[in-house]
Design a protein around this ligand. Structure first.
Ligand code: ARG
Length: 576
């Protein structure tokens, strides 16, 4: 089953090919206000053949001939209006309701997709930027998984590199005043700042920190490695707590931090060397990447080994490409990382291509995103002036959700307020993130994201719960309605049915473009189409036959809403 635009294209394609005299002629089918769909391709064909477009459109109609799918007519300068026939719509919606994939077709090729997301840094607090990658990456993991691809989630945590020299050295200095095991992550964050300060101000500390990195990277000093593990374990415990609270799929099994690639890093250098790409520059080893220049216009190198001999972020990302392609055998590499790191990624991939590690059909994609801003359009910060902490946002979302539920339903038992409040609060937080085009910066606004009107999670969750309560009154559930018989006839029924049938296209589009906001926009339109239908066409009071069909339409709408929300990582409670 395809979505309505796809069905229209399929219907018209043979006639287009015949009239145009070429097999690959796009009918250019679009949504339309005047009909169920509109094909604009006749204009192109006419231009190419030097003929009158209305005449060409007429010939295409004639070549399509009488058919059970849709009635066709020529409009304006040569558009073809497509209006699906009632029985055809009934049949399509019936098929959709019998399908556990809700009409979403499987993709033509199944891939092994690595999704690199969340990736916080050890001993540092997660900030709002990590909220974005975590929420978007998780939605993509769910959607690609539903689509049948082999999904490998990778949490590329920052657990390696120069900061660990100063962190471990500071830990050793502090020993005696506090045992490492007692540090909580709040402390680790402050701890990081103290270490940083010392590193910037104390030359001998700086020197010790540098030596410590070398010891760490050599992995030959057990004490160093043990202290490092303590820092990593304490941090990942904190990350996991947050993931569980927010309902994120990531677990310890998905950890693939920078240190994971450590043993591969010398190999990266050897391979670059033998490819003739490695160059000495100021004692460091670098690769020059054509097309990349610094502000002065001089060629910009990617540093893969520092003067001290240490490897860096770029080296681990290069090793990571090798690992993903050669060991994991991934064909699609999604990097859910802020736009700020675009140049880093472009350079890493360019080097990997030059070295021959990355080549078609393997494709890397930067699933980039902009900043989260305050109303004054500055970066979102917490009261202390630091970047807003991830955990603060999550806790506040839960609190606000609870308050909202308690205000709306004063008699609800505490437990239910808790569960529902969490579903609404976290749903709102995630949806605000997912419903805006990720490449744009967006303004963070609690009131807007928690509103029951507009393109928000509470609006969709409420629309979903309201259908459950409607069905409830008829003694039904959405699942009880699988395989019902549909009779689509009124204007609002038609509009709703066509929207339901477009779910396939919306999901496909969302996945192919890694653009969750498209699925959000679809769900919002669906909820609105349902409301218009429900306000205009009586359901429970309708005569028998029509009543069943309308209840089934409601049930199918609820299933699609729940399916869409769940695959965005958002709860769809049945009662609100
Ligand atoms: N840890 C990095 C940060 O917090 C993000 C890592 C993203 N993944 C990667 N393969 N570079 O900015």
């Amino acid at each position: 089953m395809a979505d309505p635009l796809g069905i229209a294209a399929q219907l018209l394609s043979p006639a287009f090919a015949k009239v145009a005299g070429a097999p690959a002629t796009d009918p250019v089918v679009r949504a339309s206000d005047h009909a169920d769909a509109q094909a604009n391709g006749a204009l192109d064909v006419a231009r190419r053949l030097g003929r009158n477009p209305r005449e060409v459109a007429g010939e295409i109609l004639a070549a399509t001939g009488a058919n059970p799918v849709a009635s066709l007519d020529v409009a304006g300068p040569g558009f073809i209006n497509v209006t699906f026939r009632g029985p055809f719509l009934d049949e399509q919606v019936t098929l959709m309701s019998q399908d556990s994939r809700l009409g979403v077709q499987l993709p033509t090729t199944l891939e092994t997709v690595v999704i690199d997301y969340s990736a916080p840094n050890v001993a540092k607090e997660m900030h709002v930027g990590h909220l974005r990658t975590t929420v978007i990456g998780d939605a993509l993991a769910r959607l690609y998984g539903f689509d049948g691809h082999r999904v490998i989630r990778e949490n590329h945590i920052g657990d390696w590199g120069t900061p660990f020299g100063m962190l471990i050295e500071h830990l050793i200095d502090e020993a005696g005043t506090a045992t490492v095991a007692d540090f909580a992550v709040g402390d680790l964050d402050a701890f990081y700042k103290q270490a940083r300060l010392k590193f910037d101000e104390d030359q001998s500390f700086k020197a010790r920190a540098r030596e410590r990195v070398v010891k760490l990277q050599g992995r030959r000093d057990p004490q160093t490695t043990a202290l490092w593990s303590v820092l990593v374990a304490e941090s990942t415990r904190h990350f996991n707590e947050l993931y569980a609270k927010l309902g994120i799929l990531l677990t310890d099994d998905d950890l693939a931090g920078e240190s994971t690639y450590q043993s591969l890093m010398p190999d990266v250098l050897t391979r670059l060397e033998s490819a003739g790409l490695l160059i000495e520059s100021d004692g460091a080893r670098v690769v020059f990447v054509p097309g990349f220049t610094n502000r002065e216009g001089a060629p910009l190198p990617l540093i893969v080994q520092a003067r001290t001999g240490g490897f860096n972020y770029a080296t681990s990302d290069l090793a990571c490409v090798i690992d993903r392609v050669e060991r994991v055998k991934a064909t699609l590499l999604l990097y859910v990382i802020g736009t700020e790191q675009s140049q880093h990624l472009q350079m890493v991939w360019a080097v990997a291509e030059m070295a021959g590690w990355l080549r078609p059909p393997v494709r890397p994609v930067h699933v980039n995103f902009g900043l989260v801003l305050e109303a004054n359009r500055k970066r979102l910060r917490s009261r202390s002036g630091d970047p807003m902490k991830f955990i603060e946002l999550v806790d506040e979302a839960i609190q606000r959700g609870r308050r909202l539920v308690a205000d709306r339903s004063p008699n609800l038992p505490d437990d239910d307020v808790g569960t529902l409040g969490r579903a609404i609060g976290l749903g709102a937080l995630k949806y605000a993130e997912l419903s805006t085009d990720r490449i744009k910066d967006y303004v963070f606004d609690w009131d807007r994201m928690l509103a029951f009107d507009g393109n928000t999670a509470p609006y969709l969750q409420y629309a979903h719960a309201r259908i459950h309560s409607l069905l409830n009154r008829a003694g039904l559930t959405p699942t009880a309605l699988h395989g019902s018989v549909f009779h689509i006839s009124t204007r609002h029924e038609r509009k709703l049915a066509l929207r339901l049938l477009s779910y396939d296209g919306a999901v496909r589009d969302t996945i192919e473009r890694c653009a969750p906001h498209r699925l959000c926009a679809y769900l919002f339109d669906l909820a609105r189409d349902f409301t218009a239908f429900y306000e205009n066409d009586p359901v429970l009071a309708a005569e028998s036959g029509i009543r069943e069909s309308r209840l089934a339409l409601a049930g199918l709408t609820a299933r699609v809403l729940a399916h869409g929300l769940t695959h965005l990582g958002i709860a769809a409670p049945e009662r609100m």
